[in-house]
Ligand binder design. Structure first.
Ligand SMILES: Cc1cc2nc3c(=O)[nH]c(=O)nc-3n(C[C@H](O)[C@H](O)[C@H](O)COP(=O)(O)OP(=O)(O)OC[C@H]3O[C@@H](n4cnc5c(N)ncnc54)[C@H](O)[C@@H]3O)c2cc1C
Length: 482
């Protein structure tokens, strides 16, 4: 039956994008739940499952995690499988790939990475290719509000005010209603599943198809619930109503860009900065507060976008604290903008290969290919609903392997962190969270064949100067520790 939406939601695999509510605005709206994730609810308070079949069919066809929607290969093929586009299994189609940064104004300084995302979108606005950009900006409304949300920028100044990555959940339903209401040509920025959702909406809705003329994706390791932002604030000893904004990727001179550092600004004009190594379990690979859906996604770079942007996490760029992008252009217009920037000197970039991009995202590729196969097999074994992915479920033998157990234990961390944190917050005691999560982390560490030595080595490596850290990681990779 082409009505998967209720299965997606019930099995915890809804990413909260809101595409279903955009497709069926009379019947469905989005709500931010206590676990800090957006979920679709029926406007009349009933059960999603009991929605009229035609409503459920249309809503399911635009859900990026349902089996009733086209997959990334099908969408990418239709949009980009022409001209001289090539295909890579981890990136999708690509025409031009570069690594580098913006060499003019403050794009790099004020951007998350090399500032290419904001620069390319600015060019589209200046060239008159688009009238507006749909992207995420800070609300400055303070926690427990979601701190950031989708907005529409119609000028370069508005667009640039929204620079920087926001790592916790967003939803599209309100902003897409505005796109439907106000004519114009829009570019949209989003993580891969959000761009896919907009492409699926465009299949059904002529207005969206005509108006959203450009998609820019951010590479995505995973998205967090809003509890992550609350946790950062609590870990820095800040009262949440006082938190005005979070820069999740604050740049500190000399600090490698892949060692995240957060800066929290408060309403009483404090600025508190902490590196991820100073906040328990903030290591991105552990995945606390990760959305369940993110463990069932096989699109790392945003294969349905005209262009995708990520971090060039490979030497020599990894040691440059100012940040360096990788950009994968799939459409002609995106490739041309990159070429123009290269020729004019506005961009300081070099050509990169698809293989290099995959290498720079090696952890995500492993997690979304081999790791996904394990998680699919595990769910099937438990008799749970699974989405159809471009990866087949792993064998029973692989499921039992060390790597298999590591993947299962990693997923358990994500699943346990939200409810555990809520309990700790209600008790007003953060150490409940840290103490109750410790066994999960130990199990995960243990399944990585880790010992106290391994953890101690990680602690040391995270504090080494960058060239030494890079060398240590290379040795670890050769010895297959990572
Ligand atoms: C949840 C998440 C996970 C990510 N995971 C990875 C990863 O694993 N590997 C990797 O290489 N890169 C990842 N990125 C991308 C990376 O953080 C940078 O966003 C990217 O390199 C672009 O940097 P920039 O300097 O070009 O962007 P900037 O010039 O700072 O511009 C960023 C643009 O993106 C918009 N934006 C910010 N957050 C969101 C959001 N959540 N949804 C929609 N629009 C948004 C802003 O409004 C702005 O227009 C992730 C980003 C996010 C949001």
């Amino acid at each position: 039956m082409a009505r998967d939406l209720p299965f997606v939601v019930k099995s915890g695999l809804c990413v909260g994008c809101g595409a279903c509510a955009v497709a069926e605005p009379q019947a469905i709206s989005m709500e931010l739940g206590e676990l800090g994730a957006y979920l679709p609810v029926r406007k009349d308070g009933g059960d999603l499952e009991e929605l009229p079949p035609d409503v459920l069919t249309r809503a399911s066809a635009v859900c990026p995690f349902s089996n009733n929607a086209r997959n990334e290969d099908s969408i990418g093929q239709e949009l980009f499988d022409k001209d001289d586009a090539r295909h890579h299994s981890a990136l999708g189609f690509h025409q031009k790939i570069v690594a580098g940064y913006v060499n003019e104004e403050q794009y790099r300084e004020l951007g998350t990475s090399g500032g290419l995302t904001s620069w390319v979108l600015t060019q589209l606005l200046i060239d008159g290719e688009i009238d507006a950009v749909v992207h995420v900006a800070s609300t400055l409304e303070g926690l427990p509000n979601p701190l950031s949300r989708y907005t529409i920028s119609r000028s370069v100044d508005e667009l640039l005010a929204g620079r920087k990555s926001r790592y916790h959940v967003q939803t599209l339903n309100e902003v897409m209603a505005e796109v439907r209401e106000i004519p114009g040509r829009y570019a949209i920025v989003g993580v891969p599943c959000f761009i896919k959702a907009v492409r699926l909406l465009a299949d059904q809705d002529e207005t969206i198809r005509d108006r959203v003329v450009f998609g820019a994706s951010l590479f995505c390791g995973h998205m967090k619930s809003t509890l992550y932002s609350d946790y950062l604030a609590q870990s820095m000893g800040l009262e949440t109503p006082n938190v005005k904004d979070i820069d999740y990727r604050h740049k500190e001179p000399g600090r490698p860009p892949n060692r995240y550092c957060s800066k929290i600004s408060t309403f009483d004009h404090q600025e508190v900065i902490r590196g991820s190594e100073q906040i328990p379990m903030a290591n991105w690979g552990i995945g606390i507060f990760k959305l369940g859906a993110c463990d069932y996604c096989d699109d790392i770079t945003g294969e349905t976008a005209d262009i995708s942007f990520g971090d060039a996490w490979l030497p020599p760029f990894m040691s440059d604290w100012q940040g360096t992008n990788v950009a994968v252009a799939r459409s002609k217009i995106a490739a041309k903008i990159l070429e123009r920037g290269e020729t004019s000197g506005a961009l300081e970039v070099i050509d990169w290969s698809a293989e290099k991009v995959a290498e720079s995202q090696a952890g995500a590729v492993r997690h979304r290919r081999l790791g996904l196969a394990i998680r699919l097999a595990n769910r099937i074994k438990m008799g749970l609903w699974v989405p159809k992915k471009r990866v087949s479920p792993a064998s029973d033998k692989d499921l039992k392997s060390l790597f298999g157990q590591r993947m299962i234990n990693r997923e358990a961390i994500a699943l346990a962190s939200g409810p555990t944190y809520l309990r700790a917050r209600r008790a007003g005691n953060l150490s409940i969270f840290i103490d109750e999560m410790r066994p999960y982390i130990r199990k995960y560490d243990g399944s990585r064949s880790s010992t106290l030595w391994r953890r101690a080595a990680t602690w040391v490596v995270l504090r080494l100067p960058t060239p030494l850290e890079a060398a240590a990681r290379r040795v670890a990779r050769i010895l297959k520790f990572s």
